[in-house]
Design a protein around this ligand. Structure first.
Ligand SMILES: [Zn+2]
Length: 525
């Protein structure tokens, strides 16, 4: 007898429907599984066999063939267990196949028949919903996550024996009630989920109002956040570069509904959603991988690739502390996401595409020891690096990478008389960012571009709107400082954002002058 069940898998960060076909024919007892399964999928047979037996069902002693379609898609993981078990029960006549008609089946089985949660449920359920599937049976531990996609009838399974016994299917209404009960608080916007940080670090990033001094750096970070410009902070150790950047998520605008779904799907696919998640992730992600990270960890890796840090930072901030300490290959692979806003990873049979639209914030010391150019009378620490060492250190940042960083600022040591000032708190900065964001929103119809940081060419020139004095000033700076055409465009983009922060339609000379200040490295070289 033959049966077909619907299951799902995750490709990149998107769900794919997988048909699980089971055929049982007379012959010597034998099980074949085809359709590009990885070892975990092959082992599924052993789990399903034990689980069925331990729940009072029979594993057929005949020729069992299991096909996972489409055949050209590599299948991995343990999420097909439930669909394979259901397929065998239906094909062997132990339960009526109609029970599972039009139902997405996801779940890993333990040997005793317990049903365990799996990663990527959100993406699978979302895809199924779009394909018109209206019912899903899944592990109780994944129900809340599945409930983030509305309009589905959900059945929560904790144990395989809840399906019934051979020839005697149980009433599944309690499974549906259990699911509804588990997601009673959903969508629970009150307890919005925060994206997990790397290393299990807790969220909460502090307030800019507590930062001592650094008015210029704070202003620069405000502008970077307002136009989503990539930013590089340079300065000696102990000036609080890291602390300044870590406060960035607090001033970024809220995720839109669509963005929240995108981000939550990514964390679901990466298996990093907190257990019992009851709402979409509402905070912008902040990722700060250590400089020893591999290129695979950064852009995604594995035989079936999982999201890397550039994807986990999607719609948020990727912070690279001590930028020149990262390997040359790691810095090199950053170019594609910075340019295209996605990464592609090629494998033998498929190309995977991951979204990676993030704001890059980076920090560096001015030289290997960190004290170059910051010798002071009151401080006996001074730089002993040779000019060759300094040149080699800076040369690690390639031109093409620096080209993608709109703002480069110096963060000096705070003076001893600096005090925390309440003039720029996170709440006030956030308000300014939101206002600048609205002005960009309004222009999007004209440009098709979300953030000033992504403006270029014709779109940039259309939106720049320079006053006459500004044009003159820009031309003059262009001539006297010998800045390149690329740097010219970057100054223009930044000036657009500064004008937006000041709620001005036209770019005034002071906006141009401030923007030039943020191009430290162009002026030095
Ligand atoms: Zn030094």
């Amino acid at each position: 007898m033959f049966s077909m069940m619907i299951s799902g898998s995750v490709h990149g960060v998107d769900g794919r429907a997988i048909a699980v076909e089971v055929d049982i024919a007379s012959g010597l007892p034998q099980v074949n599984i085809v359709g590009l399964p990885d070892p975990a999928v092959r082992e599924s047979i052993d789990r399903v066999r034990a689980a069925l037996r331990n729940c009072g069902f029979v594993f057929p002693l005949e020729r069992v063939t299991i096909n996972l379609a489409p055949a050209d898609l590599r299948k991995e993981g343990t999420a097909f267990d439930l669909a394979i078990a259901a397929g065998i029960l239906a094909a062997s006549g132990q339960l009526p196949g109609e029970l599972f008609a039009g139902m997405l089946l996801i779940g890993e089985l333990a040997l005793d028949g317990a049903v365990r949660p799996v990663p990527g449920v959100l993406a699978m359920v979302e895809q199924a919903r779009r394909a018109g599937i209206g019912r899903v049976m899944l592990p109780a531990g994944n129900v809340a996550e599945a409930a983030l996609i509305g309009g589905m009838e959900r059945f929560a399974l904790t144990h395989l024996d809840e399906l019934g016994a051979p020839g005697r299917p149980r009433d599944w209404a309690p499974l549906r009630r259990a699911a509804d009960l588990a997601c009673a608080g959903v969508p629970g916007e009150a307890n919005a989920t925060a994206p997990p940080r790397e290393g299990g670090e807790a969220g909460g990033c502090g307030d800019y109002g507590d930062v001592i001094g650094q008015p210029i750096a704070k202003r620069a970070l405000l502008i970077a956040a307002a136009g989503r410009h990539n930013i590089l902070l340079s300065g000696p150790p102990g000036t609080g570069k890291t602390m300044l950047v870590r406060r960035l998520p607090g001033i970024l605008p809220d995720l839109t509904e669509q963005e929240a779904l995108e981000v939550t799907k990514i964390y679901s696919a990466a298996g990093q959603l907190p257990a019992g998640v009851s709402s979409l992730i509402r905070e912008r992600p902040f990722r700060s991988p250590h400089h020893t990270i591999s290129t695979g960890g950064l852009i995604g890796g594995g035989t079936i690739p999982k999201p890397g840090e550039v994807t986990l930072a999607h719609r948020g901030v990727l912070f690279l502390d001590e930028l020149p300490e990262f390997s040359r290959q790691a810095l090199e692979v950053l170019r594609q996401p910075l340019e295209d806003r996605f990464v592609t990873i090629a494998r033998a049979r498929a190309v995977f595409r991951f979204p990676s639209s993030f704001m890059l914030a980076a920090s560096m010391n001015p030289c290997p020891c960190g004290y170059w150019g910051h010798d002071s009378v009151t401080d006996d620490r001074s730089c002993h690096c040779t000019s060759v060492q300094i040149a080699r250190y800076r040369a690690k940042l390639s031109g093409p990478l620096l080209d993608r960083i709109d703002m480069q600022i110096e963060v000096p040591r705070p003076a001893s008389y600096d005090m925390p000032n309440g003039e720029m708190t996170t709440a006030m900065m956030r308000e300014k960012v939101a206002a600048a964001r609205e002005r960009q929103e309004a222009r999007r119809r004209m440009t098709g571009i979300d953030w000033n940081g992504d403006l270029s060419g014709a779109a940039l020139r259309r939106t720049a709107r320079l006053s006459k004095d500004s044009s003159l000033l820009l031309r003059e700076a262009f001539d006297t400082m010998g800045i390149s055409l690329r740097a010219h465009d970057r100054v223009l983009k930044l000036a657009r954002t500064i004008a937006d922060v000041e709620e001005r339609d036209t770019i005034d000379p002071e906006h141009i002058a401030e923007a030039i200040q943020y191009r430290k490295l162009d002026l030095q070289s």
